[in-house]
Design a protein around this ligand. Structure first.
Ligand code: F6P
Length: 590
């Protein structure tokens, strides 16, 4: 063929590749813009999209643009079926997703108020996995089988809940003591002093070992994926690694990680880091917290840190440290069961006896000192002082789920909140009007969503928070694109929900001004702010959170297996974790 002929051929090839690329981009972006269409296409679309991402990510050696997928339970199922076949998924958390309690008229089922539970539940369902958790309900023991297992969700079982029993002493020292009087205040900068007792630490270690035994007992083979949740289990990853060296262990730390100076006060700081570095991957909500963790390792352990790869090598093993911002189920299944916004408003106002014409501002959380509940009451007081015309025209409804109520810091907070509410109501209330209503009771997710839909404003004023899913739930609940979100700059969610009114809860004047801005915001502006926030949560739902971790797990497993094949039949000591990947990369480069 002549030179001219070859040139023409090349032009044709390049043009046809270009057209295919345009067609692919068009089809993907079209799918993104029309989620309904993507759902009707069902499994095929999920599978094709997952495969596209995996192909890309295998080709490039790193995660592809996961944003191109419409994330759903089907996507997770396809990733598992195609890329992690036969892999058992084991979730470990302290809090169980279903609690059975004895009541006068029988056994009551409770779904706890926990962001972790609401995020992990839909995922465990999709993966038909095993969830290992502390059985703390008064009827938990009578509702399990002889292996301490119960199939859940009740009525429509799709996964196994394996309960672990703790003695009262263990619960006191491991959960209330080390986890919640030590690590919780240590990691949250809320100026509550952490308390470290040697006896609590010993119990924490013993309970972590008990959970490790249970993981090993529940593992059907040596290669499960174990999703370890939160600050209750810092030692567990290494304990599992020692007994299931081929497991992929993904640890997610649901709370902030402090800077290394703050972290340094923990008497067992090295042990905690060593424990966590038994993981294949450690996840945080934000890059900031991931960086803080890496800095702590750098300061307290003899390790090798590959910043470009976000990897830490310690004791012959490498751990990836990534940010995976947690999210919520989208579309929220329970929304379909709720009436329209007007009806929700009417119901909530009737239930709490609220004046029909007053604006409704809500706060929903566990009664915890990190949530800035007192700070929001202060902002309300400031608003009434500066703008007395709002007295009588605004009601603040605080839903506060009781939490860790036997600990002094929590009892004190409850008492302070109660007194403050009483004071505000005395000062600004009148016949038939109480400006603040605090309901310190557990509410179901359905009740909570009804309250979100009834509200004009939702206040999230955390003093420090890993993510805060209330902010995302409020946005998800507002399919009418109305309502204003006031969001603390110290909650991880403020990195994503940029159209919220972002406040510093320590700055009372600023928060009260934001409250005024929310109260006077036009419906058009509410829509302009709410719409992009809804798109954000829709595109970054909880399936994406889990899917990104599963994709990374699939990558580790594939590379580990590849390593095994290419190491002349010898089994590399670290076949399933990333150290071999980096060693190979280095050899290849040199
Ligand atoms: O924020 C992290 C988290 O684990 C949440 O999932 C949950 O809301 C809370 O902390 C734990 O609450 P509890 O001590 O009641 O399980």
């Amino acid at each position: 063929m002549s030179d001219y002929g070859i040139e023409v051929l090349w032009v044709l090839i390049i043009a046809s590749l270009g057209l295919s690329a345009v067609a692919l981009v068009f089809s993907i972006s079209h799918r993104r813009r029309s989620p309904a269409a993507a759902y009707t296409a069902g499994e095929d679309v999920a599978s094709e999209a997952a495969r596209t991402v995996l192909r890309e990510f295998e080709k490039n050696g790193h995660s592809a643009d996961a944003a191109l997928i419409t994330w759903s339970p089907d996507t997770l199922r396809k990733i598992l079926a195609d890329d992690l076949p036969e892999t058992q998924v084991i979730v470990v958390s302290n809090r169980e997703p279903y609690i059975h309690n004895i009541k006068d008229d029988g056994i009551e089922l409770l779904v706890p108020a926990s962001g972790l539970v609401s995020a992990l539940e839909p995922i465990t369902r999709a993966c038909a996995g095993t969830w290992i958790a502390y059985g703390g309900g008064t009827a938990d023991r009578v509702t399990v089988d002889k292996n301490d297992r119960v199939e859940v969700p009740p009525g429509n079982p799709s996964y196994t809940l394996r309960r672990v029993w703790l003695t009262e002493e263990e619960y006191q020292a491991y959960y209330l003591g080390f986890a919640n009087e030590g690590l919780w205040p240590l990691c949250h900068i809320a100026f509550t002093r952490p308390i470290f007792r040697a006896s609590d630490w010993e119990a924490y270690e013993a309970v972590n070992r008990k959970f490790a035994d249970t993981v090993v007992a529940e593992a059907r083979n040596e290669r499960p994926i174990v999703l370890v949740q939160d600050y209750h289990f810092a030692l567990l990853p290494r304990m599992i690694r020692e007994r299931l060296p081929e497991a992929i262990i993904i640890t997610f730390w649901h709370i902030p990680w402090p800077n290394s100076e703050v972290y340094s006060i923990c008497p067992w700081r090295e042990r905690i880091l060593e424990g966590l570095l038994g993981s294949s991957i450690i996840g945080f909500h934000t890059q900031f917290h991931a960086n803080n963790f890496t800095e702590s390792v750098d300061r307290f352990l003899e390790s090798r840190i590959e910043r470009a790869d976000a990897a830490i090598s310690y004791g012959g093993q490498t751990t990836l440290v990534h940010a995976y911002p947690i999210s919520i189920e989208w579309p929220a299944e329970l929304l379909a069961r709720l009436p329209d916004v007007d009806e929700c408003r009417a119901r909530v106002r009737a239930r709490f006896g609220l004046p029909a014409d007053a604006k409704l501002c809500v706060g929903v959380e566990r009664l915890d000192y990190t949530k800035g509940i007192l700070d929001r009451f202060q902002a309300l007081e400031e608003l009434f002082t500066r703008y007395p015309e709002w007295v009588g025209k605004l009601v603040f409804l605080q839903i506060a789920a009781p939490s860790r109520g036997t600990l002094p810091a929590y009892r004190q907070l409850h008492e302070e909140c109660r007194r403050y509410v009483e004071e505000l109501n005395q000062r600004y209330g009148s016949e038939g009007y109480s400006p603040v209503l605090m309901v310190a009771e557990h509410h179901s997710q359905e009740q909570v969503y009804e309250i979100y839909r009834a509200a004009d404003i939702c206040m999230v004023t955390s003093l420090h928070d890993g993510m805060n899913l209330v902010a995302k739930e409020f946005v998800a609940a507002r399919d009418d694109e109305q309502g204003v979100l006031l969001l603390s700059t110290f909650a991880g969610a403020s990195r994503e929900l940029l159209e919220a009114l972002i406040v510093n809860p320590y700055d009372t004047a600023m928060t009260s001004e934001a409250l005024l801005q929310a109260l006077t915001m036009t419906p058009d502006e509410q829509r302009e702010r709410m719409r992009p926030m809804r798109e954000m949560v829709r595109d970054n739902n909880v399936y994406r959170w889990a899917g990104s971790m599963l994709l990374d797990a699939a990558r580790l497993r594939k590379r580990g297996d590849l390593d095994r094949v290419t190491s002349n039949g010898e089994r590399p000591s670290n076949s399933n974790n990333v150290v071999s990947i980096f060693e190979r990369a280095r050899k290849a480069a040199s």
